[in-house]
Write a protein that binds this ligand. Structure first.
Ligand code: CP
Length: 335
C-alpha cells in the first residue's frame, strides 16, 4: 500500500499509481463507514481551503464543501466571476495569494483549451495542493467515485468487467469530454474490458486512446473503440451512456466566458443514441447503469432506466462525498 500523498496536486489520476488510487479507495471506504456510524473525522481541523468555480456545479461543489466541513475545516466558495479574475488577474497571482491564506485550492474550469492549462499554471505557483474539480481534459474526482461505486457493486472484482462508455444525445449544454477521458484512462488500469462507443465525429483525442491502450496493455485490461452502439450494450456489466460535446468540429465554449448550449443538425442526427430499456435488455442481466449527473432526462436516458432497478446513479453521486474527503485527507494531512 502506498501512502505518501501530503502536498501533492490532484489534477489527473494518471499522476498517481494504481496502488495509490487503491489507497484513495480504501480511505474513502473507511470514511464512508465512519460517516454512516456518526463517528467524527476531524482530520483537517482548523484548515481552510478555497473552491473556485468558473462553471456551475451541484455535486462537486457540495461534496467538497460538506466533506471539508465534516473533516473539521472551512471551505470558502469562490465564483470566478466575482473575483478579480474577471478583471484579468492571472492564475499565478491568484494561486500565490490564496495559497498564503489557506491549505489547499480547488478549481473547476472546463473551457476547452483553457481549463487544464489554468490548473497547471496555478500548480506551478501554489505552495499548497491544487485539486481539479473538472477541467477541459480531466474529472479525477468523478472517475474515482465511479471506480469506488463499481468496486462496491461487484464485490471488489473489477478484473475483466465489461464496461461500456457510450456517447449519448443531449440538448442541455455542451458537456466537456473530461468524464469519458478520465474513465477510459482509469478503468483499464484495473483490468476492465472497456468499450468506448460514439458516433463518427465524436472521437476523443488520439493521445487519450493511445494512453488508454498503454494502460490496458500494462494492467491486463482492454480498450475497444467503436461506432456500434448496440455492440457496446451487448453483455455489458456496466453501461455509462453520457453526452460529451464535439470538441473536434465545434470550438465554441473555448472563450473564457463559459460553455454554451449547442444543438445543431450534426448533433440532432444522433438523437437515437439514448439509453432505453430495450438497449439495457441486451446487456448482462445484472448490468448497472451509471451517469455522473446531471443527466439530460429523455434525451440521454429514459426515465424508466435512470429511475429503474439497474440504475446506481445516486450511490455514485454519494460516493463523490466519500472520495472527496479521502483525497483531501491524504493530500492535506497525510504523510
Ligand atoms: N458530476 C458532476 O461533476 O456534477 P456537478 O457538475 O453537479 O458538479
Amino acid at each position: 500500500m502506498q501512502t505518501v500523498f501530503r502536498g501533492r496536486h490532484f489534477i489527473d489520476l494518471e499522476d498517481f499509481t494504481r496502488e495509490e488510487v487503491e489507497t484513495m479507495l480504501d480511505v474513502s471506504a473507511d470514511l464512508k463507514l465512519k460517516f454512516a456510524q456518526g463517528i467524527p473525522t476531524p482530520y483537517l481541523r482548523d484548515q481552510s481551503m478555497f473552491l473556485m468555480f468558473f462553471e456551475q456545479s451541484t455535486r462537486t461543489r457540495n461534496s467538497m464543501e460538506a466533506g471539508f466541513a465534516q473533516l473539521g475545516g472551512h471551505a470558502g466558495f469562490l465564483d470566478s466571476s466575482s473575483m478579480q479574475i474577471a478583471h484579468g488577474e492571472s492564475a499565478k497571482d491568484t494561486a500565490i495569494i490564496l495559497s498564503r491564506y489557506g491549505h489547499a485550492i480547488a478549481c473547476r474550469y472546463c473551457n476547452w483549451g483553457y481549463g487544464n492549462k489554468y490548473l497547471n499554471e496555478m500548480a506551478k505557483w501554489s505552495r499548497v495542493p491544487i485539486m481539479n474539480l473538472q477541467c477541459d481534459l480531466y474529472h479525477p474526482f468523478q472517475a474515482l467515485a465511479d471506480l469506488m461505486t463499481m468496486k462496491e457493486k461487484f464485490d471488489g472484482n473489477l478484473n475483466r468487467l465489461k464496461v461500456s462508455i457510450i456517447w449519448a444525445y443531449a440538448e442541455s449544454h455542451k458537456k466537456p469530454i473530461s468524464v469519458p477521458v478520465s474513465q477510459v484512462l482509469l478503468f483499464p488500469r484495473f483490468g476492465m474490458e472497456v468499450t468506448l462507443a460514439h458516433p463518427k465525429g465524436w472521437e476523443l483525442p488520439d493521445w487519450v486512446i493511445e494512453k488508454a491502450e498503454a494502460n490496458a496493455e500494462r494492467y491486463g485490461g482492454t480498450v475497444t473503440v467503436t461506432d456500434d452502439e448496440a455492440a457496446a450494450y451487448r453483455d455489458a456489466h456496466v453501461v455509462i451512456p453520457k453526452n460529451w460535446g464535439n470538441w473536434v468540429t465545434d470550438q465554441t465554449g473555448s472563450a473564457p466566458a463559459g460553455a454554451v448550449k449547442v444543438v445543431d443538425d450534426a448533433l440532432k442526427a444522433h438523437r437515437s443514441w439514448k439509453c432505453t430499456e430495450e438497449k439495457i435488455a441486451a446487456a448482462d442481466k445484472n448490468v448497472i447503469y451509471m451517469h455522473a449527473l446531471p443527466a439530460d432526462r429523455n434525451n440521454e436516458v429514459e426515465d424508466s432506466v435512470i429511475d429503474g432497478p439497474h440504475s446506481v446513479v445516486y450511490d455514485e453521486a454519494e460516493n463523490r462525498l466519500h472520495t472527496a474527503k479521502a483525497v483531501m485527507t491524504l493530500l492535506m494531512n497525510g504523510r
